[in-house]
Structures are given as structure tokens and as C-alpha cells.
Design a protein around this ligand. Structure first.
Ligand code: COA
Length: 117
């Protein structure tokens, strides 16, 4: 059963400014090490970080009626074929479907939450 949907959009230059100001402390407050491993170094590093931030916010929206989550409870990873998926650091009976897109200026993510019955 579908129990929630969430969407979020992030401006890439705002994320870049925040990271350049906040440095490693800022990054560590938001992202888990395994999320960063595969995306750095990359020409589109800030786009991909923005997309992962948008994905976390989309997941929080999708699950807002089910479970309270912090940004770091949500881990955004990629399958071998490049498709993104979400691993939660909390035990739940929820399955999350995720889609991500990013261009130079914006990153967008959409999440759908399903309760496993
Ligand atoms: C997978 C595909 C749809 C991605 O589209 P895109 O416009 O290049 O990429 P976007 O910027 O919109 O999205 C990128 C995100 O798509 C996601 N993605 C990548 N592969 C994916 C897949 N197989 N399934 C679902 N999502 C995928 C990733 O999350 C990626 O971001 P990330 O690498 O930072 O995690 C595209 O590469 C593709 O295979 N299209 C099929 C058509 C085709 O072959 N066209 C080329 C010849 S005309």
C-alpha cells in the first residue's frame, strides 16, 4: 500500500555555497560516508550532492506520517545500473521508490513510500 509521496528541488549553487562555507562539518552533518564514496571526485559533484540532499528531503516528506527521520538516517546510493535507491538506517516496514534528476542549476528528487504488508 502506498503511504506517502514526497518531492524536493535544490538550487545547486546554494548547496555549493553552503558546502564551501561549512566545509567537512557541514557535509558530515548531512551525508553518510558511503553516500560520498562514489560521487567524489566528479565534474558534477555539487549537482550530485544537491540531488542527494533533495532525495533525503523527498524521503522525509514521503515518510512524514510513518516515521521521524533525520537526514543521516537516510542513505542515498546507486545500483549497478545507476538507478538510485534509498537505504534507511532505521528498521521499518517501508519500501521507498526514488527518482533523481539534476542539471547545472537544479536538482530534483521524488520519493514514493510503500508499506510492506
Ligand atoms: C538512465 C537515464 C534515463 C538517465 O537520464 P539522464 O537524463 O541522463 O540523467 P538525469 O540527469 O535526468 O538523472 C541522473 C540520475 O538518474 C538516475 N539514474 C541513472 N541510471 C538510472 C537507471 N537505470 N534507472 C533509474 N534512474 C537512473 C541516477 O540517480 C542519476 O543521478 P546520480 O548518478 O547522481 O545518482 C538515461 O541515461 C538513459 O539510459 N536513457 C535511455 C534513453 C537512451 O538510451 N538515450 C540515449 C540515446 S538517445
Amino acid at each position: 500500500m502506498i503511504v506517502g509521496i514526497g518531492i524536493d528541488m535544490v538550487k545547486v549553487n546554494k548547496m555549493q555555497d553552503a558546502i564551501e562555507k561549512g566545509g567537512k562539518d557541514f557535509i558530515d552533518k548531512i551525508f553518510n560516508p558511503e553516500e560520498l564514496e562514489k560521487i567524489y571526485p566528479s565534474k558534477i559533484y555539487y549537482q550530485r550532492l544537491s540531488a542527494r540532499f533533495a532525495a533525503k528531503e523527498a524521503v522525509i516528506k514521503a515518510l512524514s506520517k510513518e516515521v521521524e527521520l533525520t537526514l543521516k538516517d537516510i542513505c542515498i546510493l546507486n545500483k549497478c545500473n545507476g538507478a538510485p535507491f534509498c537505504k534507511l538506517k532505521k528498521d521499518t516496514d517501508l519500501n521507498i521508490f526514488l527518482s533523481i534528476t539534476h542539471i547545472e542549476d537544479y536538482a530534483v528528487a521524488c520519493a514514493v513510500a510503500e508499506k510492506i504488508t
